[in-house]
Unconditional design. Structure first.
Length: 171
């Protein structure tokens, strides 16, 4: 009887290895960057940077088309993209900024230094909204239609051509 008990940890380890192996074989490990395109904007409420009030992104979408841009002060590509976003401000495009995993004071310093292109800015301190949107990294920009459906996603810094095309669809 004592010999059997000595092999119990080994048997449990083999069983766990088999379970994890079967799970891995039946799982698709590939990232699906367009997973949210064609779906309703997530029903997420976040605190605004300026007023400290709550903004529900689904309700905000009901007010008309918008571009939702995930950015962060610690993100070098976000700084590269920023002049493009500033140009969109002049075209009267509704641009909602989501400060992703960033301290509000750092976000405010970033916007003070580079300019503020956003109609509204909300803070996603813990990354919950990023998970709901399926963010794989920042910057990412989503085109949300008047009906609240995500029509397009752009991963990485926006260039002028892509920004203008998205903006034209958001007007």
């Amino acid at each position: 009887m004592k010999r059997w008990v000595a092999f119990l940890p080994l048997a449990v380890l083999v069983l766990l290895g088999a379970l994890f192996g079967l799970y891995a074989l039946n799982r698709n490990p590939e990232v699906q960057p367009e997973a949210m395109v064609g779906k309703q904007v997530p029903n997420v409420s976040l605190v605004t940077l300026r007023e400290g009030t709550e903004l529900n992104l689904r309700e905000a979408a009901s007010e008309g088309p918008m571009l939702v841009n995930f950015f962060a002060s610690w993100c070098a590509p976000c700084e590269i993209e920023h002049p493009v976003l500033m140009n969109l401000k002049g075209e009267k495009v509704r641009l909602v900024g989501i400060a992703y995993k960033d301290a509000p004071q750092n976000t405010q310093a970033f916007l003070t230094r580079l300019g503020d292109p956003f109609s509204e800015i909300v803070v996603d301190r813990d990354g919950r909204a990023g998970i709901e949107f399926g963010v794989t990294g920042v910057p990412e920009t989503y085109l949300v239609g008047r009906d609240g459906i995500i029509q397009q996603k752009h991963t990485g810094p926006l260039d002028e051509r892509t920004a203008r095309a998205m903006a034209a669809r958001a007007k």
